[in-house]
Design a protein around this ligand. Sequence first.
Ligand SMILES: NC(=O)c1ccc[n+]([C@@H]2O[C@H](COP(=O)([O-])OP(=O)(O)OC[C@H]3O[C@@H](n4cnc5c(N)ncnc54)[C@H](OP(=O)(O)O)[C@@H]3O)[C@@H](O)[C@H]2O)c1
Length: 307
Amino acid sequence: MELKEKTKKYLNKKCQSLDGKTIVLTGATSGVGLKALEELLFLGANVIMAVRNQEKAEEIKKEMLFEFPNANIQIYPLDLSSFDSIKKFAARIKRNKIDVYGFVNNAGVFKSDKNKTIDGYNMVMGTNYLGTYLLIERLLPYLQTLPHEVKLINTTSISYKWGKINYNDFLFDKKKKRPLKVYSRSKLCITKYSIYMANKLMDSNIVTIMTHPGIVKTNLLMEMFKPWYMRIFKPLANIFMKPEKGALSIPYALTNKIRSGSLIGPNGPFKGWGKPKLNKLKKKAYNDIERLIVHTKGIITITNKDI
Ligand SMILES: NC(=O)c1ccc[n+]([C@@H]2O[C@H](COP(=O)([O-])OP(=O)(O)OC[C@H]3O[C@@H](n4cnc5c(N)ncnc54)[C@H](OP(=O)(O)O)[C@@H]3O)[C@@H](O)[C@H]2O)c1
C-alpha cells in the first residue's frame, strides 16, 4: 500500500506538516479517500475516519498503523444515506469536543443499485448532496465555536460543468435519468452550496474549499463504464489514473493558504490529470445559488423537524 517516493517528495515540498492536527475524512475506506488518509497520516495528522463500513475501516486502520506506527486513527460510523446516522455522527463530534482542524467531505457515489436513501431520496443526490449538506449544517454551529481556522473541504468533480438543475424534478422522482446526469447534478449542487458557504462565512473561522481528484481509477469511476469497455480501458487506467495522485488535492488544500470559495484540482489536460492547482470555476457555478439553498432547506426541513 505504501506511498510512492514521488508522492512523499511532493508532500514534503508542497504541503505543510499536520502534526497533531485533527482531520475528519469521509469515505476513507476506498479510492481517493483511502489514499488521502495515507497522505494525511504521512503529514502527521490525527485522522477520524468517518465511514459506513466499520469492518473494512478496522482492516485499513491496521494496515495504516503498520505503515505509521505512531498514527492516531479513530473510526466513527457515518452513513450519508441516512439522516439519522448523520445526526448521531455530528452529535458525537460535538460531545467528544473534537478539535477539528479540517473536515473533508470526500465520500460519494456514482450510481447505486439501491435507488433510495433511508429517508426516501434518490441515492446519488441524497448521498452526494443532501447528506453532505445536512452533515455540514449540523456541524457548523460547533465548528464556529473553535478558537482557530477550520478548513471545510468539499469534493466536487469536473462533471459539475454538465450538471443541470430542474426544480420540477430536483431529486429525479418523476423521470429516471442516465447516471451521469444524476451524478453531475449532485456535484453541481455541492459546488454551488460550497460557494454559498464561502460567501456566507467570509468573516468567520470557516474556510470552505472545493477539491476534485481529476479522473482516477476507483470503484466509482469503474461504475461509469460497461464491462466490455472496461477490458480495454482498465490497463490504461491502472497506469495513468492513480488515486494517489488525485488525492493530493486534499492535503494541498488543507495545508496551503487558499481563498475561501476556491477550487483545487489537477491542472493538466481537461483538468483530469496533473498536480493540484487553483482551477477556475465556470460561471454556472455562481448562478442562482439562493434558489438552490431555499429549495434544499425546504426538503431537509420536511424530513428533519429539528434542524
Ligand atoms: N474517481 C474519480 O475519477 C472522481 C472524479 C471526480 C470526483 N470524484 C469524487 O471523489 C470522491 C471519492 O470517490 P472515489 O472515486 O474515491 O470513489 P470510491 O472508491 O467509490 O470511494 C467512495 C467512498 O465513499 C464512501 N461512501 C459511499 N457512500 C457512502 C455513504 N452512504 N456513507 C458514507 N460513506 C459512503 C465509500 O465507502 P465504502 O468503502 O463503504 O464503499 C468509499 O469510501 C467522491 O466524492 C467522487 O464523487 C471522483
